[in-house]
Design a protein. Structure first.
Length: 554
């Protein structure tokens, strides 16, 4: 459900630049009435693990010293770090959730996984995520799904446009164009689109000379980044402070995306209307290849532990971090002339995050990896910064999900126009009040996951709920294959090492009822997909409510 303007209900005072937002009346004050309506930049990295960065605040000090992300550290020092931010378990579903503000169980957002829900393993065995499930031994079949957010959806870009925003997308999109052009970014509310279509990852990381003598990133973004594909020049490396050793070498794709971002921010900032920019990098999705100087720096950092794979990954992350630094520089000096008089930093919200858990390195202490519904697959970094508005150096443990971005952006945009609930209800909850006052109370319904199919060794038909019970955060998972439950206390056991299902049966029963209520809610747009029985090919429906009093075999 959409919740707007929690600041109004709290009756708090919030300082926003030079404007003072006074919300003492029961009426909801629109953000634009108080001088809000910030520019919004969402920087989403691909496949970056929750703690594959060097910020102590954002990772609860769980990161390895091999990662060096000084710009992310700077963002955290100047902003708010969310330690309990969640996404969907892999690329496309997260992008669809952000674009629609909805769970996959909605008609307009029928995107559960990349590709299809019948990505079985090769081999034998049956059980939970750790075991192999093949089409021959699996009890279920995955239902049909879409790979695109439906044309009928009201996207976050369309909603912000109706609230007076210019909109732009740069980089990976992945949830449009599979069945025609109607779902491409330029047709669903984005005024500008550089690179966004059905592509899921970059086929190359470096530009090459083509037959006509020009340079291109072959197969990337429909050629939109080729204008920035020429080899590194002396002027370019001098302007950016890069090593001279790069002069004449092939351009890295991350640098080209940064070039596109700088130009776009400059153009958007020159206009009077506020803007919303999705900057979705291809990094650090494979193929993992770092810029040569960054790879060498990673080798030196790793020392005797260096390998081609690890140094490329750490260098790839460093390149991603460089682009965050370029975003921060671009909002301080949009036209790039060295004079910050045109700065938009005090009216720009920057949100840095990832689309799912990491896949190229260990996510410890989190369990699992990208594609799994364990914490290593769905917990992601999230840092928010807004100069002189968001309290610097703050941390919050409040739960945020990707579906929450839509209502949050709408609230900050003024919320004068919202998508009709009968056509496009929002499942997310605004966290705008947390941005302004990290310690402010925020009521949020549980987070749910429904996965009705198979994803190689990583996922099988299952349902998950994460919720607060008696001051602690619990996670309950139901596995259709084994008709079994797992319960973890995430507050005390972040690594999901102790299954409490037989010791906390009352909590399991309560949470399982919430799962059933969520799956069986009545709404014309609520159309959850369930696993299909392998014999009858009929959907099996929601899991049973956990029986608190039942005595299980030990």
């Amino acid at each position: 459900m959409l919740q707007l303007h929690p600041l109004a209900s709290l009756g708090v005072l919030s300082r926003v630049g030079a404007a003072v937002l006074l919300l003492a009346t029961p009426c909801i004050a629109h953000a634009d009435d108080a001088g809000l309506r910030p520019n919004i930049i969402v920087y989403m990295v691909d496949d970056l693990g929750w703690n594959h960065i060097s910020s102590d605040a954002a990772t609860m000090r769980t990161h390895s010293d091999v990662y060096s992300t000084p710009h992310i550290e700077r963002l955290a020092r100047n902003g708010l770090s969310f330690t309990s931010a969640y996404a969907q378990p892999n690329c496309a579903p997260t992008r669809a959730a952000m674009l629609s503000g909805q769970y996959p169980a909605r008609t307009n957002n029928d995107v559960y996984v990349v590709g299809n829900l019948n990505r079985y393993s090769k081999g034998k065995g049956r059980g939970n995520n750790k075991d192999l499930l093949t089409k021959a031994n699996a009890r279920f079949r995955g239902p049909e799904q879409s790979e695109d957010v439906a044309p009928a959806a009201v996207t976050i870009a369309e909603a912000l446009e109706k609230n007076g925003y210019a909109t732009a997308h740069i980089g990976k999109y992945h949830v449009g164009g599979h069945r025609g052009d109607a779902t491409l970014p330029e047709n669903v509310g984005f005024d500008r689109n550089l690179g966004g279509f059905k592509q899921g990852h970059q086929p190359t990381c470096f530009a090459k000379e083509n037959k006509s003598g020009g340079f291109e990133f072959s197969g990337v973004g429909r050629g939109d980044f080729d204008r920035w594909a020429t080899p590194y020049s002396r002027d370019y490396v001098a302007k950016r402070g890069l090593p001279e050793s790069l002069v004449g070498t092939p351009k890295h794709l991350s640098c080209a995306l940064g070039d596109a971002m700088e130009q776009t921010v400059g153009e958007l900032a020159a206009d009077d209307e506020p803007f919303y920019l999705q900057f979705f990098s291809y990094a650090v999705h494979g193929p993992v290849r770092a810029r040569p100087d960054l790879k060498q720096a990673a080798k030196e950092r790793l020392g005797a532990n260096a390998s081609g794979t690890s140094s490329d990954y750490i260098g790839f992350i460093a390149g991603m971090d460089e682009n965050l630094g370029r975003i921060l520089a671009a909002v301080e000096d949009p036209n790039g002339d060295g004079n910050p008089e045109d700065s938009i930093a005090e009216n720009t919200l920057i949100l840095f995050t990832s689309d799912n858990g990491g896949t190229h390195a260990s996510n410890e202490p989190l369990r699992g990896t990208k594609g799994m519904l364990t914490e290593g697959g769905i917990r992601v970094p999230l840092i928010a910064a807004w100069k002189n508005v968001i309290p610097a150096g703050t941390v919050t443990n409040t739960v945020v999900h990707t579906i929450d971005y839509y209502p949050t952006c709408l609230e900050l945009a003024g919320g004068k126009w919202m998508p009709p609930a009968s056509e496009h209800p929002l499942d997310g909850f605004s966290f705008a009040s947390v941005l302004m006052q990290p310690d402010s109370p925020r009521v949020r319904e549980p987070i749910f996951y429904l996965f009705p199919g198979y994803m190689d060794t990583r996922a099988q038909p299952s349902v998950v709920v994460i919720d607060q019970v008696d001051g602690a955060r619990y996670k309950l998972t139901y596995f259709y294959e084994s008709d079994d439950w797992e319960l973890y206390n995430l507050t005390a056991d972040l690594g999901e090492t102790k299954n409490l299902i037989d010791r906390q049966r009352g909590i399991a029963a309560t949470l399982s009822q919430k799962i059933r209520d969520w799956l069986t809610q009545s709404d014309a747009t609520w159309t959850p997909k369930f696993p299909l029985d392998a014999n009858s090919m009929q959907p099996v429906g929601p899991p049973p409510v956990f029986a608190e009093a039942e005595v299980r075999d030990q």
